[in-house]
Design a protein. Structure first.
Length: 220
């Protein structure tokens, strides 16, 4: 009787190859958006057939990167929503600072998609990826304007779109090498753009960072 072929090592190897290809794509496309799939295969240390077995074309690869980014952003948004539910009385300026600090690493990791978004992914797909973060920021701004933390000079949804555009512009500056930031300066800039005085914005961001660093991880 023929023994069944052990497929789990093959599946693990396939998952490892796929993850390595995506990680390489994030790096190489960040350096050069016109990098070809053949060049990515060489950089990832796999043969062309392996790469095309996972991603039959450039659109499939970019869609996989977009889905990774979307999942990471949804995760950060869920973390923000969980914190908001646990502390519904948190001041809106702190909530905006905390959420910006949560999503900046996601944007930083996938900032190469900015160079590819319009041409390769399309505006609708980009809007779909950003929708959860956009809704969260709008809700925080609406609450902050109602509570007097932010001036009501613009409707919350309009101001949220403006802040989103600023974040995208700052990520593009990271792409060019003009900006290096762990999220602190960007978050201060977000609060200032939302209407918080600079000194207050810096104090809020420092407090949120310190508090987050001191908070034990879940399960500890």
């Amino acid at each position: 009787m023929t023994k069944p072929v052990a497929r789990e090592p093959q599946r693990r190897n396939a998952r490892s190859n796929r993850a390595r290809i995506l990680a390489t794509a994030r790096r190489e496309l960040g350096r050069n958006p016109d990098t070809t799939l053949e060049e990515l295969a060489r950089a990832a240390g796999v043969v062309r057939r392996t790469l095309f077995g996972h991603f039959p074309g450039r659109p499939a690869l970019l869609e996989a990167l977009a889905e990774e980014a979307s999942e990471a952003l949804r995760g950060a948004t869920a973390d923000g929503a969980e914190h908001a539910a646990a502390d519904p009385d948190e001041p809106a300026e702190r909530a905006l600072a905390r959420f910006t600090l949560l999503i900046w690493p996601v944007g930083d990791r996938y900032r190469m998609l900015l160079a590819l978004a319009r041409h390769d992914l399309g505006e609708e797909r980009v809007a779909e990826i950003l929708a959860p973060a956009r809704a969260e920021v709008t809700a925080v701004l609406e609450r902050g304007q109602r509570d007097g933390a932010f001036p009501a000079h613009l409707p919350p949804a309009v101001l949220s779109a403006g802040l989103e555009a600023m974040i995208v512009a700052l990520l593009e500056q990271v792409n060019t090498g003009a900006l290096a930031d762990d999220g602190t300066r960007v978050t201060v800039a977000m609060l200032i753009a939302a209407g918080v005085p600079e000194r207050r914005a810096r104090a809020v961001v420092e407090d949120v960072r310190t508090t987050s660093a001191a908070r034990p991880a879940q399960g500890e």
